[in-house]
Design a protein around this ligand. Structure first.
Ligand code: IVH
Length: 666
C-alpha cells in the first residue's frame, strides 16, 4: 500500500470513529485505540509533510496563537429568540401564528432543548470546513476557525456517501460543555492552581475565545447543530429533513429533538423536558419550539431581532437565596484546606443544599463572601452547587471580610500557600484530617473496596491513634475493634474479615488506593499495563521511563517520583505486602469478542453485579448501555426484570439469562 493510500485509509477510519462516537453515540473502539490510530497517522504525516491536508484529523491540536480575532459577517443574521415565560405564552405564540396564516391550519412543530452554551456558525464550501465564527452582535461575529477545528465533534469535511456536498453550507449550533466534563475541568483547574469557572457556559465561552487554540484543544467542548444559514445546491422542505441531512453529513444533532403535531404536544414536551432537566448530561434553560415547515416559516417571516416562527419556552431558574451561617475549613487527603460555607438549608432545583464549597481565599475575595451574607446559590443537575453572588443590599453591618487562618483547623500545623498558587495546604503528613481522608480513600469502592470500614470507624481509629497510616489497617485486631463505639463482636469480626479479604487485590486498585496525587483510577490502569503489574519495578522507576508511557505526562511523572522518593511511602507499601497484600498478576489481553456490541443489563443478577457485567463487556471491546434502544444487541436479564426486558422482547432483541451470558465469556 502506498503511503498516501495508507494515510487516506487512516483518516477515513478516524473520521468514521468520530461519526460513530459523536453522531450515532455508538462507538466501536476505545479512546485509547482511537488515540493509537491518530498517532499512527501523525507519524506518517510527520514523515511526509507534503501529504498533510487541512481536514486531516491531526489538524485539531491547535495552531500558533493569534494577536486577535478577525471578524466575519454572517450572510444571514444570527437572530435571537422571543421568550415564552409560561404555558399561556406558548399558547399565545400559536394563536399569533394562526392569525397570521389566516386559517385554522394544524401547524407541525419541531421542539428542541434550548442549550445553554454559545451559538456558532460553521461554513463548508464543497464539503470542506472553511471557517467558523461566534454569533457576535448577530450581524458580525469573531472568526474562531482554529478553535472550532479542535472540537472533535465538528466534522472537518462532510461525509458524502449518501448525499452530495452542497457548494455552500452554513450550519449553526451551540457549543457547550457537559456537566461531568465541567466538574472534571474545574477539578483540574483547582489542582493546577488556575481559576475555576462559574458554570459550564462560562467555561465554554472562555475556551472558545482563546487566542491560543492549543488551550482550546484541551477543553472538553461539545456541540449540537440546530439551524441552517445559507445552503446552496440542496433544498429541504422541513427542518426535520434538514436535521436528518445534518446527521448524515456528520454533524451531532440533539437526540431529544421531536416533531410534534400541534401546540398541545409542544406544551407537554416543554413541561416534560423541564422535569427531566436535571437528569440531562448538559445544561439547558428551556425548550425551543419551531415551525417545522420551511414554506410556512417563509410566510411568517422574521422581526428585527427574532423570527416569528420560533419561540423559546423558558424554565424556572435554579437559583435561590439563602444566608451564610458560617465559613469553616475542611482538610482534604492531600492537605488542601478548602473553605466551605455552611448555609441555612435551601432547596435548589429539587435538592437541599446546606454546604457549598468556596474553593479558596481568592474566590472568597473575588466574590467578597462574608459570614452573615445573603447569597445567591445556583445548582444544575449534578453540577456542584455554587455561590453566584452576594446580595450586598442585605449585608448586615457587622459582617467583616473572611480571612482563612494560617494554621490547619485540625492539627494546628502551619498552612502553606506557595507564591502564585491559590490552594493552601496543611504540610503535616500526619495531620489527623489528612490521615482520615487517605484511609477513607484507601478503603473506598474503586480502591481496596473494604466494606464496613466507614467514616465513623475511621474517625475513632485515627483519634484513638490505632491507625496512623493505611498499613495499620492490616494490623488491626479483633480486640482493638470490639472496644469501639457501635462495634458489636459480630461486626468487629466482619470488619476484620473484610480487611483480610481485601488483601488479594490488583496492581491498579492498590496504586489507586495509595492516593498519589494526579494518579486516579484511569492512570493506575495505564500504569498497571506499562509495568506489567510489577510493583518492584514501579517503585524504582524514573522520570524518563514514566514519560515514555502514553497518557503519562510530566506532571504525573513528577508526582510519582516524588511519592517514591519519600521513604515513609516506600515503608508503608512494603509493610502492606509484609502484612499479606498480594497483587493478582495482570491478565493477558482479553479477546475482544464483543467489539461493536451493546449490552443492557437488567433485573437482579446473581453471580455478578451489573457494574461487573459492564466491566466484563468493556474488557472485551463492547459497550453497556442503561436503556434498550435500536442500538442494543443483547439484553441480559436477571430476576424481576421489568420494562427493559419487555421492550427487548417487543423489538426482537436477543435476551440472555445470566448463565447464558457467562457461557459466552468462557
Ligand atoms: S435556533 C433564529 N435552537 O438560543 C433562531 N437556538 O435566543 C436561531 N439556542 O442564539 C436559534 N439552543 O444560542 C436555536 N435548539 C436551539 C437552541 C438555540 C440554544 C440559543 C442560541 C441562540 C439563542 C437564541
Amino acid at each position: 500500500m502506498s503511503v498516501r493510500t495508507n494515510i487516506d485509509a487512516l483518516r477515513s477510519e478516524l473520521n468514521d470513529h468520530n461519526y460513530r462516537y459523536y453522531v450515532l453515540d455508538d462507538p466501536v473502539i476505545s479512546d485509547a485505540e482511537y488515540d493509537r490510530l491518530l498517532r499512527e497517522l501523525q507519524s506518517l504525516e510527520d514523515a511526509h509533510p507534503d501529504l498533510i491536508t487541512n481536514d486531516s484529523p491531526t489538524q485539531r491540536v491547535g495552531a500558533p496563537p493569534l494577536d486577535g480575532f478577525g471578524s466575519i459577517e454572517h450572510r444571514i443574521p444570527m437572530q435571537s429568540l422571543a421568550n415564552a415565560m409560561d404555558t399561556d405564552e406558548l399558547l399565545a405564540f400559536h394563536d399569533r401564528l394562526i392569525r397570521r396564516l389566516g386559517e385554522e391550519k394544524a401547524i407541525e412543530y419541531i421542539a428542541e432543548p434550548k442549550l445553554d452554551g454559545l451559538a456558532v456558525e460553521l461554513v463548508y464550501e464543497h464539503g470542506k470546513f472553511v471557517n467558523g465564527s461566534t454569533r457576535g452582535d448577530g450581524t458580525t461575529g469573531e472568526e474562531i476557525t482554529q478553535n472550532l477545528k479542535t472540537i472533535r465533534a465538528i466534522p472537518l469535511a462532510l461525509r458524502v456517501e449518501t448525499q452530495s456536498a452542497p457548494a455552500l453550507l452554513e450550519v449553526r449550533g451551540e457549543v457547550f460543555i457537559r456537566k461531568d466534563d465541567f466538574n472534571k475541568l474545574n477539578k483540574q483547574q483547582e489542582a493546577n492552581d488556575k481559576p475555576i469557572f462559574a458554570n459550564p457556559r462560562n467555561a465554554a465561552a472562555g475556551s472558545l475565545r482563546q487566542l491560543d487554540s492549543s488551550i482550546t484543544a484541551t477543553r472538553p467542548l461539545s456541540i449540537f447543530c440546530y439551524q441552517a444559514g445559507v445552503v446552496e445546491g440542496v433544498t429541504f422542505e422541513t427542518h426535520s429533513e434538514f436535521l436528518a441531512a445534518l446527521q448524515n453529513w456528520g454533524f451531532p444533532v440533539n437526540p431529544e429533538i421531536k416533531v410534534l403535531s400541534g401546540i398541545e404536544d409542544a406544551v407537554i414536551f416543554h413541561s416534560e423536558l423541564e422535569s427531566r432537566r436535571n437528569t440531562l448530561p448538559y445544561e439547558i434553560d428551556g425548550s425551543v419550539i419551531k415551525v417545522n415547515n420551511y414554506a410556512l416559516r417563509e410566510e411568517l417571516g422574521v422581526r428585527s431581532r427574532s423570527p416569528r416562527w420560533a419561540i423559546a419556552g423558558k424554565f424556572k431558574a435554579q437559583q435561590e437565596t439563602t444566608v451564610v451561617e458560617d465559613i469553616v475549613l475542611s482538610v482534604g487527603r492531600t492537605g488542601a484546606v478548602t473553605p466551605v460555607a455552611k448555609l441555612v438549608p435551601v432547596k435548589v432545583g429539587g435538592v437541599m443544599v446546606s454546604n457549598v464549597t468556596l474553593h479558596n481565599q481568592d474566590e472568597i475575595d473575588r466574590k467578597d463572601i462574608r459570614v452573615g451574607d445573603t447569597v445567591l446559590i445556583q445548582r444544575a443537575g449534578d453540577v456542584i452547587p455554587q455561590v453566584v453572588k452576594v446580595i450586598l443590599e442585605k449585608r448586615p453591618e457587622i459582617a467583616s471580610p473572611f480571612k482563612m487562618t494560617n494554621t490547619c483547623p485540625e492539627c494546628d500545623h502551619d498552612v502553606y500557600r506557595p507564591e502564585g498558587e491559590v490552594v493552601a495546604r496543611c504540610q503535616n503528613l500526619s495531620c489527623p484530617a489528612q490521615v482520615k481522608r487517605r484511609i477513607e480513600h484507601f478503603v473506598s469502592k474503586n480502591a481496596m473496596d473494604i466494606d464496613g470500614v466507614g467514616e465513623k470507624l475511621i474517625d475513632q481509629l485515627v483519634e484513638k491513634k490505632r491507625i496512623k497510616s493505611v498499613d495499620d489497617l492490616f494490623r488491626l485486631t479483633l480486640d482493638q475493634l470490639s472496644g469501639l463505639e457501635r462495634m458489636a463482636e459480630k461486626s468487629a469480626e466482619n470488619t476484620i474479615s473484610a480487611i483480610n479479604n481485601s488483601k488479594a487485590t490488583t496492581f491498579h486498585r492498590f496504586i489507586h488506593a495509595l492516593g498519589i496525587r494526579n494518579v486516579g483510577e484511569h492512570v493506575s490502569k495505564v500504569l498497571e499495563k506499562a509495568f506489567g503489574g510489577n510493583m518492584e519495578i514501579f517503585m524504582k522507576t524514573n522520570v524518563e521511563y514514566l514519560e515514555a508511557i502514553d497518557e503519562v505526562g510530566p506532571i504525573v511523572a513528577e508526582t510519582i517520583i516524588t511519592f517514591w522518593s519519600d521513604e515513609t511511602n516506600v515503608n508503608i507499601v512494603n509493610n502492606c505486602f509484609e502484612l499479606g497484600v498480594t497483587l493478582e498478576s495482570v491478565k493477558n489481553e482479553t479477546e475482544q469478542i464483543f467489539t461493536g456490541k451493546t449490552f443492557v443489563f437488567t433485573g437482579s443478577l446473581e453471580k455478578i453485579t451489573r457494574k461487573e457485567g459492564k466491566e466484563i463487556v468493556e474488557e472485551r471491546g463492547g459497550r453497556a448501555a442503561g436503556s434498550v434502544s435500536a442500538k442494543t444487541d443483547y439484553v441480559v436479564a436477571g430476576e424481576n426484570a421489568g420494562s427493559k426486558l419487555k421492550k427487548a422482547e417487543e423489538s426482537g432483541i436477543p435476551v440472555l439469562t445470566e448463565s447464558e451470558f457467562m457461557d459466552l465469556i468462557k
